[in-house]
Design a protein around this ligand. Structure first.
Ligand code: SAM
Length: 447
């Protein structure tokens, strides 16, 4: 592999010179495939090798065609690079996961860290998952909906919109856009796109994101900063420069030496690197900062409240007393009633795309249940007749084909594969209508 000489020079600043050839050799090796299991939609993981730093992370013996696995579409697992799963250690060691946390994932698409965070925080906690680039928000939304958690709000905002946000967070995650050195093995085009100029450009963009995020973090709150790149400029140097202007302290993690995570301290900034020649993963960097100054308060812009849903949604939901119905853009949603004022502030000040669980849409007299309801954890499966699909039927459903009815009863049915819901059909006895979202459908045929 032809690596730029200035990249190798930069690398020698972070790993011992003797390890460089070892690192270069691993770039010709196969990329490990790893998945993270959804704790609410558990699947069999017997015989799979565990990812050491992530409770629900596993390696697969080989990369399979996930498109043709209905359980992948059910949100039973997320395909994620093992190195990125290290953020679990920051949450386990530096936050109190038993308390109700407000977490912001500022650069969230396609949703790897967000779905991971949703599996770590408790039901009284909230995750706001934000992505600035419009074309990437729909994938984020799809992945969050498949994960099924009701305690997530998705926004599409520039990080600067968060600097004036009236709510403050206990944890802010910045998984920053970067020069992608850690992806050289997985995506060789990242090597061609790499340049010193791009490293500088990424570094100044990351500085901007850090400054914009800071004000919505509570005093003593935790900032988790990560990239998938190795160089100091986008990592420790960036944090050091930032902490010269803002008051915060870099925090140390306790990681077992057997994990082989590359630990550094540079200008009083603790850095944790996953290096492919040391850990079974691609490259990843993480650093944690505790905020040591108060946040400026921002007042609410308006006193307007949310619009209460008048639809009878409780029949579809387990523990319905925990939720409030909300009418948003003529669609019916539910969100935790304890957190309605937080949601209201998000709706008033940010560009909210989705929240909680969308129950469905009222069209005339008809109520059309939403995919979000089908895949959600609060769904009461007893509220619908079940269409138990085999693999072929499940794939046909995911291609949005009209599958054959099995019962002689008209109405909405929940299509399940191995007990995991995939979506809804409407049984018309002579045929069925497939309600799977058009934009989500599987386009290719199984070979
Ligand atoms: N956290 C994601 C995950 O685990 O799946 C990956 C995030 S990716 C490393 C960085 C994200 O930052 C991308 O989704 C990208 O669209 C977004 N981004 C790009 N430019 C940005 C900017 N100027 N401010 C904030 N986010 C930006």
């Amino acid at each position: 592999m032809n690596l730029p000489s200035s990249f190798l020079e930069n690398l020698s600043e972070v790993i011992p010179a003797l390890e460089i050839s070892e690192y270069v050799n691993t770039l010709n090796e196969e990329v490990p495939t790893s998945i993270r299991i959804n704790p609410n939609k558990k699947i069999n993981t017997q015989e799979l090798e565990k990812v050491k730093w992530c409770e629900l992370g596993y390696y697969l013996p080989e990369r399979k065609k996930f498109t043709f696995d209905p359980l992948f579409h059910a949100g039973a697992y997320y395909v994620q690079e093992a190195g990125s799963m290290l953020i679990e250690q920051a949450f386990l060691q530096l936050t109190n996961l038993n308390s109700p946390l407000k977490v912001l994932d500022l650069c969230a698409a396609p949703g790897g860290k967000s779905t991971h965070i949703l599996s770590l925080i408790n039901d009284e906690s909230i995750l706001v998952s934000n992505e600035v680039i419009g074309s990437r928000v729909s994938t984020l939304q799809q992945n969050i909906i498949k994960w099924g958690s009701a305690n997530c709000i998705i926004t599409q905002n520039d990080p600067k919109d968060y600097s004036g946000f009236s709510e403050k967070f206990d944890v802010v995650v910045i998984d920053a856009p970067c020069s992608g050195e850690g992806m050289f093995r997985k995506h060789s085009h990242a090597i061609d796109e790499w340049s010193e100029d791009n490293v500088n450009l990424c570094s100044s963009r990351q500085q901007r994101i850090l400054h914009n995020a800071w004000n919505c973090l509570k005093e003593n709150g935790l900032l988790i900063y990560s990239t998938c790149t190795y160089n100091l400029k986008e990592n420790e140097e960036n944090i050091f420069e930032f902490l010269e202007e803002r008051k915060g302290e870099s925090l140390k993690l306790n990681l077992p030496p057997a994990w082989n995570v590359h630990e550094t301290i540079h200008k009083e900034v603790y850095g944790y690197r996953m290096m492919p020649h040391k850990t079974k993963s691609e490259g990843f960097f993480m650093s944690c900062i505790q905020k040591k100054e108060p946040s400026e308060s921002n007042s609410n812009k308006s006193k307007k409240s949310f619009v209460k849903s008048h639809f009878e949604w409780k029949q579809y939901i387990k523990n319905a007393e925990k939720y409030e119905g909300v009418d948003f853009k003529n669609k019916q949603f539910i969100f935790f009633n304890d957190q309605i004022s937080f949601l209201t502030n998000c709706l008033l000040q940010l560009n909210v795309k989705h929240f909680g669980v969308e129950i469905g849409e009222l069209k005339g007299k008809d109520f059309i249940p939403s995919i979000s309801l089908a895949l959600s954890n609060p769904l009461d499966k007893n509220a619908f007749d079940i269409y138990e699909a085999n693999e072929e039927e499940a794939l046909s459903f995911l291609r949005k084909e009209n599958i054959s009815p099995k019962s002689k009863q008209k109405g909405y049915e929940l299509v399940c594969y191995e007990n995991q819901p995939l979506g809804f059909i409407k049984n018309l006895i002579s045929r069925t209508n497939n309600l799977y979202p058009k934009g989500w459908r599987v386009l290719s045929n199984k070979i």
